[in-house]
Ligand binder design. Structure first.
Ligand SMILES: [Cu+2]
Length: 124
């Protein structure tokens, strides 16, 4: 292979790499749809006597997954654009996964509200 030819091959490989990046970028933005970020899942633990985290910022359409880690808890909506409820206090249940709407939610665990088991979720 001549030196010139070797250089052409290297350039070709670089061009293919760039094309791959370009295509990858195009595909990624197409799956998001109209420039919107894909919805995200936020995890909230029910553990000890708290929701972890105690505050959460999300976007409308995001999912929030409540996971019963330890202790006996329930979830009741005090205020919010939609109702999020797991009425029966329990120490064992599958995660509750909800899609949140725009607005501010204030949720409590009834057995532990007085010791601060409250979560505020702001949804833009
Ligand atoms: Cu609780």
């Amino acid at each position: 292979m001549t030196r010139f030819r070797r250089r052409l091959v290297t350039l070709g490989a670089a061009a293919l790499g760039a094309l791959g990046l370009l295509l990858g970028g195009t595909l990624a933005s197409a799956s998001g749809g109209a420039g919107e970020a894909a919805s995200k899942t936020h995890t909230v633990l029910l553990t000890g006597f708290v929701f972890k985290p105690k505050t959460l910022s999300a976007r409308a359409g995001d999912k929030v997954k409540f996971v019963w880690r330890d202790g006996v808890h329930n979830i009741v909506t005090v205020v919010g654009p939609s109702r999020i409820t797991a009425k029966k206090p329990t120490d064992h249940r599958p995660p509750l996964i909800v899609t949140v709407k725009k607005g501010t939610y204030r949720l409590i665990c009834q057995p532990h509200e007085l010791v601060g088991m409250v979560i505020t979720m702001r949804v833009r």
